[in-house]
Design a protein around this ligand. Structure first.
Ligand SMILES: [Mg+2]
Length: 313
């Protein structure tokens, strides 16, 4: 279990006051908070340790700048990719592609929709792991996530662009929002309608939006790995760009890999980053965090496994 190594306030006070004119009597240390607030038993809470990351996303000019810059660069790359009929962002897509109209593949959460609000709420409430599915589904049903900075502008601009044969770009959303039945609803996947409604509220409607939205579990073979859904898109479209916030949005078999294996996978695809693949910053959660395991302290103490360049991964 991850535990904060910050010293208690009374100890900081005591150290700062060494040499003070009058030594105050040390207060009794406050009793340690019960492990797992909010009745989580001995387990840590869901978003534990995510305060700074969530604040960065919700308040910093730096996050907005990074996100908008990524989308501006993606739009420039899309223009280049549209002009080159052999260009594809999908490694499994080859052969003659000029017969296929162009498409962009995008993840949804922390790529198009900003879910920092429930993240902040879970931190404030001390939400337990087992409470997460209910909290998350209520957020999805609320259909009110704002757009990630630059995402809506990118999608509108991309849909207005055409390839050299005059065929417009279609934007597909491949998301691991999961189909889960809901009490009082006969819909097997109410999350599909919710996600589409959320996108429409942001002005991102399209005649094909319902078809363009592919959730985890909508078909039996649509599991967490996104390749099976990209293959569906690739059968009818040349995938010019792929945009996401997680390595697993781009590459298979990295969801439970070690940090070193993930780094090797990144390097093996080095030529695609910033050209055909664009990553939004998400410091709040992701498979990068899963790769560290439950205890972060060994990773903090270790040499970084992510190196500049890819010559010696
Ligand atoms: Mg995502």
């Amino acid at each position: 279990m991850h535990r904060s190594r910050n010293p208690p306030a009374w100890l900081i006070f005591a150290v700062l006051c060494t040499g003070c004119a009058t030594q105050p009597k040390l207060p009794e240390p406050a009793p340690a908070p019960a492990p797992g607030r909010n009745g989580c038993g001995t387990a840590q809470t869901f978003a534990e340790g995510g305060e700074r990351a969530t604040l960065w996303v919700r308040t910093s000019a730096e996050f907005r700048a990074a996100s908008e810059a990524t989308y501006r660069a993606a739009l420039a790359a899309l223009e280049k990719g549209l002009a080159d009929p052999a260009w594809t962002a999908e490694p499994t897509q080859a052969d003659e592609l000029s017969a296929l109209p162009p498409a962009v593949v995008m993840d949804i959460d922390e790529t198009v929709l900003d879910n920092s609000e429930p993240q902040a709420r879970m931190l404030l409430d001390g939400t337990c792991f087992e409470q997460f599915p209910v909290v998350w589904d209520a957020w999805v049903a609320n259909r009110s996530a704002p757009a990630v900075p630059g995402a809506a502008e990118f999608i509108r601009a991309a849909r207005a662009m055409k390839d050299s044969r005059g065929r417009p770009v279609r934007v597909f959303f491949i998301t691991n929002r999961e189909c889960v039945s809901r009490a009082g609803s006969k819909d097997a996947c109410p999350q599909h309608a919710d996600s589409a409604a959320n996108l429409r509220l942001l002005g991102l409607d399209a005649p094909s939006l319902d078809e363009d939205l592919m959730l985890k579990g909508e078909r039996p073979e649509w599991e967490s790995e996104k390749l099976s859904r990209r293959r569906v898109v690739a059968r009818g479209h040349r995938i010019v760009l792929n945009i996401g916030d997680d390595l697993a949005d781009f590459l298979p078999d990295v969801r439970r890999a070690t940090p070193l294996a993930r780094e090797r996978a990144r390097c093996a695809a080095e030529a695609r980053w910033g050209r055909q693949w664009f990553v939004l910053p998400n410091p709040m959660y992701g498979s990068w965090l899963v790769a560290l395991g439950p205890d972060f302290e060994p990773a903090l103490a270790a040499e970084p496994q992510v190196k500049q360049g890819c010559q010696d991964p």
